[in-house]
Write a protein that binds this ligand. Structure first.
Ligand code: MOS
Length: 672
């Protein structure tokens, strides 16, 4: 199917959060902390307030009080303490955006600055073992005897990889419009990956009952995790609107997004692996070091994919966290799996090289019977199928295994492989399906963040009802609709789709209306290891003159259950793989160690792949039937595309050049 909203999007008729018209609207602009740690001593708003058109200046000296238990990243203007450079410490509200932005520069904030610490290192004295990592996994797991396994191995590797701070850069920057009605009910048009949870968060932060808040988010220009939790713009718009008694709109600049909408934690990851003479793992250890803020413990589950990938009699994983004077890290496409699999799949390649084994074969030889750490059976697992299909399509058997031997003029050519994985989850969801003049209206508070959720749900409903998709109308993106989880964790379609199918089944019985709540169904899911798998193959050309790396071919083969819509799925896989290409070669946000905050803060400095960088990216999938998932038989596809891509490219760079680059991104400066 073509995207239902494709036409309104490309003709500019789709309305995004910042674009909703509102009568008598005012505009807010944030003032950000210029120190990395300390206290606001004094806020002098006089000069700003004197400017014509300025309505109010919010700060810790002038703002509505919020409940004590609000999320400290969202509880704006409640405390004098500064936790990181770039934190919102004040805001100007004015008649126009331009006046607000100009006046913000006239707000004088004086600070008492303390010494700050913004640098993650593997020997930081503040490192500790978190109790759990996201969403609720034990931090450390230990099975068998790693030291004995390494001692008995024929070949071992002990390698450390580093990944930088990475930032989501959706096309649509974060924005919100807040309106209070005369009964004190708050309506927020927000850029959000979900409206039900966001409604609850906004209500809790403001000390309101949830039914007094409505969040609308009909079109979202990408999120990747940065809109998965409520971000400060929604709260700022609501507070400012309450202060001035007018609707208030706020649109963050691209630079502000880098400071206040989360980022992927940098990681340092140490891997120790051993294999016996037959290429079977004797030990596998994966330890990840990462950071969080002083405000909130956000512990990325970086080493958890290693618990599901390969059979090994000894398997140890762990996480160490340090709380720095930085913004709180957050979700970025495949949080955990993406950086974790970069390290694991790079180390597997190093092990294959050291043991003189083909890297595809090494993975196949260590295919487990059950999920390696838990011992739980897989609902389905087709990693080996993906590796074989990919190797066949990619022409892997023609590869000369020796690194650094293929050269075409100035170009060194190499190929690499890596595996992908991502959990297949679903969450409780509600939906309603109603007959309307012979057509069917499906309502669910799902979010379409550019994935094509409307289109996928239309197909799912049409299938469930046995009618043409043209007769189905899906309404989403509004917290007044039946409660739904976020577009996140690659679980949107599985969660919403289950509720939509159940509502449609009920409608078939009833003839007029069907209502569904999948809470009990999801709770009844038997304990099985449910994951999508994939294999990524990359061919790179590395210039011996300039050090630039060109990815001339990228092939991803995925096994992700039933594919609900081929066009949408392909787009998700290609998008993920392209984002992985960015991670491998260009994306990086440097932290300013002297002053705190980030040095890379816009698209001129934070490089994402352009069309010319994605030369030949191909995604295919295996037919996979899995009756243990959901009524569609689908696994999530939004994130697995990014998992493994960076490792495949890094492994190909090694094959081309003979050098291992263990710190991402692999830029020309590092190559030369
Ligand atoms: Mo995605 S990082 O689960 O929004």
């Amino acid at each position: 199917m073509n995207r239902i909203e494709g036409r309104v999007k490309v003709t500019g008729l789709a309305t995004y959060a910042a674009e909703y018209p509102a009568e008598n609207v005012a505009y807010a602009y944030a003032v950000q902390a210029q120190i990395a740690k300390g206290r606001v001593k004094r806020v002098d708003a006089a000069a700003a307030l004197e400017l014509p058109g300025v309505l109010a200046v919010l700060s810790c000296e002038a703002a509505p009080r919020l409940p004590e238990d609000a999320d400290p990243e969202l509880a704006l203007f409640q405390r004098r303490e500064v936790a990181y450079r770039g934190q919102i410490v004040a805001a100007v509200v004015a008649d126009t955006y331009e006046i607000a932005r100009d006046a913000a520069a006239h707000v004088r904030v004086d600070y008492d600055a303390d010494d700050h610490d913004v640098r993650l290192s593997g020997d930081h004295p503040g490192l500790y073992q978190p109790e759990v990592v996201n969403p609720n996994f034990p931090s450390d797991t230990d099975k068998g005897d790693v030291e004995a396994g390494l001692a008995a191995a024929a070949t071992t590797v002990d390698v450390t990889y580093e990944t930088p701070v990475l930032h989501n850069n959706p096309m649509e920057p974060h924005a919100a419009l807040a309106l209070w009605d005369t009964e004190g009910r708050l309506l927020v048009y927000d850029t959000a990956q979900g409206t039900s949870g966001s409604r609850d968060t906004i209500a809790k932060t403001l000390g309101l009952p949830p039914e007094q808040v409505r969040v609308v988010s009909r079109h979202v220009g990408g999120g990747f995790g940065s809109k998965g939790t409520t971000r400060p713009q929604a709260i700022l718009a609501a507070l400012a609107s309450r202060m001035v008694g007018r609707p208030v709109k706020i649109a963050l600049t691209r630079q502000q997004m880098f400071d206040v909408t989360g980022y992927r934690t940098p990681t340092i990851q140490r891997l120790r692996l051993g294999v016996d003479g037959d290429g079977r793992l004797t030990a596998l250890e994966h330890l990840a070091y990462e950071q969080s803020s002083t405000l909130v413990e956000f512990a990325e589950q970086t080493a958890t994919p290693t618990r599901v990938m390969y059979a090994s009699p000894a398997l140890r994983t762990g996480h160490r966290l340090v709380r720095l004077d930085v913004a709180t890290p957050s979700w970025m496409r495949a949080p955990g799996e993406c950086p974790g699999m970069y390290a694991l799949e790079s180390a597997m390649d190093e092990l294959a090289c050291a043991a003189g084994l083909d890297p595809v074969e090494l993975r196949i030889r260590n295919e487990p019977e059950t999920e390696p750490f838990s011992g739980v059976p897989f609902s389905s697992r087709n990693l080996v199928g993906c590796l074989r299909e990919g190797a066949h399509r990619f022409g892997w058997r023609h590869r000369d295994p020796r690194p650094g031997v293929t050269r075409e003029g100035e170009w060194l050519v190499g190929t690499g492989v890596a595996a992908s994985t991502y959990p297949a989850r679903r969450s409780p969801c509600q939906a309603v399906a109603t007959m309307r003049d012979g057509d069917v209206l499906v309502q669910v508070a799902a979010a379409d963040i550019g994935t094509g959720a409307r289109t996928a749900l239309t197909r799912i409903a049409a299938n469930a009802l046995g009618i043409a998709p043209e007769r189905v109308h899906v309404e989403l993106g509004d917290s007044d609709l039946p409660r739904a989880p976020v577009a996140g964790g690659s679980a949107g379609t599985a969660s919403w789709g289950t509720a939509v199918v159940r509502a449609c089944e009920e409608l078939r019985r009833d003839g007029k209306e069907g209502r569904a709540d999948t809470t009990d169904e999801v709770k009844a899911d038997a304990e099985l290891a449910r994951h999508a798998f994939g294999a990524q193959f990359a061919e790179v050309r590395v210039s011996a003159v300039t050090g630039e790396v060109r990815v001339s071919r990228l092939l991803g083969v995925f096994a992700a259950g039933h594919i609900v819509d081929e066009k949408l799925a392909r787009s998700q896989f290609l998008g993920g793989m392209t984002m992985g290409l960015g991670m491998a070669l260009m994306e990086e946000t440097l932290t300013d160690e002297e002053f705190g905050g980030f040095l890379h803060r816009d698209l001129a400095q934070y490089h994402v792949p352009a069309c010319a960088d994605a030369q030949h990216v191909e995604a295919v999938w295996l037919e996979e039937e899995d009756g243990e998932l959901n009524p569609m038989g689908s696994k999530g596809i939004g994130e697995i595309g990014i998992v493994g891509t960076a490792a495949a490219i890094g492994n190909a760079v090694h094959h081309a050049t003979g050098h291992r680059f263990r710190e991402l991104p692999i830029t020309p400066a590092k190559i030369l």
